[in-house]
Design a binder for this molecule. Structure first.
Ligand code: F6P
Length: 354
């Protein structure tokens, strides 16, 4: 039993699954139990499980071998309580029914956005930031990003075999709804011909000219990495592209389901340059499988700090990485703004394109 009457902690994972979620759960359960003698209750499927009172007891022994396991043993969803009737009251009732004195909400901008509003309404919540996109403000890095970059880099390395053997252009579409972190890191690591990111609208003619110039110089294959959220600069090409990719569905937080810009780009490149082109959309492969060592360690550090923050009475906070140290910042910091790609990094990446 702790100094601030916390003896039972709830934990949930919301939003897209992300390598390292289980490592956070393991750290939360182990430290809560071993350091503070708390019990831990897990809510299934993010906010949905809180609302529906679907829970599981979590003990240290349940968390063995979790470090290496991808996904989340709790399940996840993109449920948004704020678009439901009496959503807040339902969350409150769910926490009370589970006798949770405090909640660790592990998620990205949507889950932490909900957590922020709940904290503002007086609920005892601490956030743990996750997303492969690395686009949350308030933290230098989110876990999951390193794994996604590693997977994308390995995939591009393998695509090079076909690109070179068949003298093709290969477009590799990677995730990153609003930010080009994965595209830039993986593109730099794999030494690709071009990197297209949401932060810098691109011009299709410029992309094609670069390919033509490379091929004129005797390089008979090109790999282009494109972030799923990349857009064309305004103009007739953009209008044509938007027409071709009209049907967009949205999730409970209003986000468009992306994917497909890479296919459009590959077709357009083939049409305009005459070079045989193909597309590979990496999609959820980037979120799958075991986390890298870096992500396991970061996720563990975040989980430990979340529990300690609760016991220090730091509710309404989010754990974060700042100058390599794990700290706490106000929950609202994490969702204050999208952390777009550092354009200095992008310029370095551009300097290496040949
Ligand atoms: O936010 C992480 C992310 O992986 C984005 O990069 C991507 O656009 C989105 O999730 C995909 O979500 P879903 O799993 O719902 O298709």
């Amino acid at each position: 039993m702790s100094d601030n009457n916390i003896s039972r902690i709830g934990v949930l994972t919301g939003g897209g699954d992300c390598p390292g979620l289980n490592a956070v759960i393991r750290a939360v359960v182990t430290v809560a139990e071993q350091e503070y003698g708390d019990s831990v209750v897990g809510f299934y499927d993010g906010w949905k499980g809180v609302i529906e009172s679907r829970t599981m007891e979590l003990r240290t022994e349940d968390c063995r071998n979790l470090l290496t396991l991808g996904g989340t043993i709790l399940g996840t969803s993109r449920t948004n309580p704020f678009v439901m009737e009496n959503g807040i009251e339902k969350v409150k009732a769910g926490l009370e029914a589970a006798h949770a004195d405090a909640l660790v909400a592990i998620g990205g901008d949507d889950t932490l956005g909900v957590a922020t509003k709940l904290a503002e309404a007086g609920m005892p919540v601490v956030g743990v930031p996750k997303t492969i996109d690395n686009d949350l403000s308030g933290t230098e890095l989110t876990f999951g990003f390193d794994t996604a970059v590693q997977i994308a880099t390995e995939a591009i390395d393998r695509l090079r075999t076909t690109a070179e053997s068949h003298h093709r252009v290969i477009v590799c579409e990677v995730m990153g709804r609003s930010a080009g972190w994965i595209a830039t890191y993986a593109g730099m690591a794999a030494g690709v011909a071009d990197i297209l990111v949401p932060e810098r609208p691109f011009d299709i003619d410029t992309v094609c000219r670069r390919i033509m110039a490379r091929h004129a110089e005797g390089q008979y294959s090109s790999i282009i990495v494109i972030g799923e959220g990349a857009v064309l600069a305004p103009g007739p090409d953009r209008d044509a592209m938007e027409n071709a990719m009209k049907s967009v569905s949205r999730d409970a937080f209003g986000h468009a389901r992306l994917g497909g810009i890479g296919s459009w780009l590959a077709e357009e490149i083939e049409k305009r340059t005459g070079f045989e082109s193909r597309v590979t959309i990496l999609g959820h492969v980037q979120r799958g499988g075991t986390p890298t060592a870096f992500d396991r360690v970061l996720a563990t550090r975040f989980g430990v700090e979340a529990v300690r923050a609760i016991h220090r009475g730091e509710l309404g906070k989010m754990v974060a990485l700042n100058c390599g140290q794990v700290v706490t910042v106000p929950l609202s910091e994490g969702t204050r703004e999208t952390k777009y790609l550092d354009m200095k990094l992008y310029d370095v990446a551009q300097a290496l394109l040949t």
